[in-house]
Design a protein around this ligand. Structure first.
Ligand code: AP5
Length: 209
């Protein structure tokens, strides 16, 4: 199963992908996670993209496409994948169509107020990447990761100014992909507003159709 998760920042793509990868037995390939792991590892790529991510801008297409190409060469990506956060521009979508055939593009639909609430309340564990929300999915002990006991952090790009920039970048550069994939007959819309279990159940039902 070759799936793309499309949708605005904070719509819950990563949350649902972390369940769906086990259900379908395919890897969750998040370009945001790949960039963050380069930043954490202080690689050359990480140094190049750190400021771009913090501001909520897009990394240039050439860099992003090459990173995804390399990720597709790994053995776990040979029998399917969930791509989360890629493609984000028409140029990336054109490049992807030359790399892989897709089964479906799942568009997570959520209104702006909910997006801002989800992003501003998100907290993450820096070492494992596990995601929480201060209201919707709090840790057992406030501010502490359930598994590692480490303090949770707020992503640089979840601060108010970066959130607003990410939303305009999404509207200008990524939203056109909805029409792009609808025309190809690949797009399925999912209401991302209910609780994660319900969104996940809707995803399974839709994709299995
Ligand atoms: P990336 O990491 O992909 O960020 P994003 O698309 O903005 O997505 P998010 O991770 O913010 O949101 P999500 O939809 O996964 O939501 P989540 O599940 O965490 O990209 C980061 C940056 O990397 C970009 O800005 C760019 O700079 C760069 N980049 C990445 N890909 C690129 C590309 N292709 N080209 C160029 N640059 C690229 O959920 C959010 C919160 O809501 C959490 O707290 C969660 O607990 C909560 N939540 C989730 N679902 C629910 C629910 N159903 N009900 C209540 N709360 C929920």
């Amino acid at each position: 199963m070759n799936l793309v998760f499309l949708g605005p920042p904070g719509a819950g793509k990563g949350t649902i992908a972390s369940e769906a990868k086990n259900y379908f037995g395919i890897p969750h390939i998040s370009t945001g996670d790949l960039f963050r792991s380069h930043i954490k590892g202080h690689t050359d790529l990480g140094k190049q993209v750190k400021v771009i991510l913090a501001a909520g801008d897009l990394v240039p297409d050439s860099i992003t496409i090459e990173m995804v190409k390399q990720r597709f060469l790994e053995s776990d990506a040979q029998n399917g994948f969930i791509l989360d956060g890629f493609p984000r521009t028409i140029a990336q979508a054109d490049a992807l169509s030359e790399m892989k055939a897709l089964d479906a593009v799942v568009n997570f639909v959520l209104d702006r107020d909910q997006i801002v609430k989800r992003l501003s309340g998100r907290r993450v564990c820096k070492s494992t990447g596990k995601t929480y929300h201060i209201h919707y999915n709090p840790p057992k002990v406030e501010g502490i990761d359930d598994e590692t006991g480490e303090p949770l952090i707020q992503r640089e790009d979840d601060k108010p100014e970066a959130i607003l920039n990410r939303l305009s970048v999404y509207e200008e550069q990524t939203e056109p992909l909805i029409a792009y994939y609808r025309e190809k007959g690949l797009l399925v819309d999912i209401d991302a507003s209910p609780a994660p279990e319900k969104v996940f159940a809707a995803l399974i039902k839709t994709v299995q159709k």
